[in-house]
Write a protein that binds this ligand. Structure first.
Ligand code: SF4
Length: 208
């Protein structure tokens, strides 16, 4: 087996931990993992259309529609007219949804503890590697668009070559290192394609 195969095996094992955690949460909350993902999205990011939810959690629209119908039946979600388009509807989380999400553990303790055993240099290298893999998966269409630094209009990779914190975020106007690269940032704004390509080339410079 090659190093690539070993990495894939390792990621599959981490995926097992996440899947088993998702099903435990499902048992505790009475929701399926897909319903739970939709509920977390609506509570944390606000109202959305079914099509946007399907894109966000990488399921088909019929699957998202079924999960939404179940969430409406369970009293967690309601449909309201979309103020931007009178013919469309957006889904809104109800108070019960917010209470349910507040009770959920987003990440399994075992996974957080496993990440904690990495020292700061290992965490930094791991996060940079994950960023590169997830960006590649996004470009190939294998995962939905991610709100990550490397696609953000505020990202200035390797603005300070050789520094411990080589990158710059123009949104908060501060330097940061690979250990602080975001994979899901609420302040993310998608950069134009040409800007992303330039940033990607600069991010991959060996000096970082
Ligand atoms: S706004 Fe967020 S995603 Fe964009 S560069 Fe800053 S930290 Fe990264």
């Amino acid at each position: 087996m090659t190093a690539r195969d070993h990495i894939a095996v390792g990621l599959a094992k981490i995926g097992m931990v996440l899947r088993s955690h998702a099903w435990r949460q499902a048992e505790a909350t009475g929701l399926t993992p897909t319903q739970a993902q939709i509920l977390v999205h609506l509570v944390r990011r606000g109202p959305a259309r079914v099509s946007a939810l399907a894109d966000e959690i990488a399921v088909s629209q019929p699957t998202a529609s079924d999960a939404v119908a179940a969430l409406i039946r369970k009293g967690h979600v309601e449909k309201r007219a979309d103020p931007d388009d009178g013919r469309a509807a957006k889904l809104h989380a109800k108070a019960t949804a917010k209470r349910t999400v507040a009770r959920m553990e987003v990440w399994p303790d075992a996974l957080l503890e496993a990440a904690h055993v990495l020292d700061p240099i290992e965490q930094s290298a791991f996060l940079k590697g994950l960023t590169k893999m997830i960006r590649t998966l996004q470009v190939s269409g294998a995962v939905p668009v991610q709100r990550m630094c490397v696609t953000c209009q505020y990202f200035r990779p390797n603005q300070y070559p050789g520094a411990a914190e080589p990158h710059h975020c123009a949104f908060v106007n501060a330097a940061f290192g690979n250990a602080d690269l975001r994979l899901d940032c609420g302040d993310h704004v998608e950069a134009a394609a040409a800007t992303q390509e330039k940033a990607w080339a600069r991010f991959n410079r060996a000096s970082a």
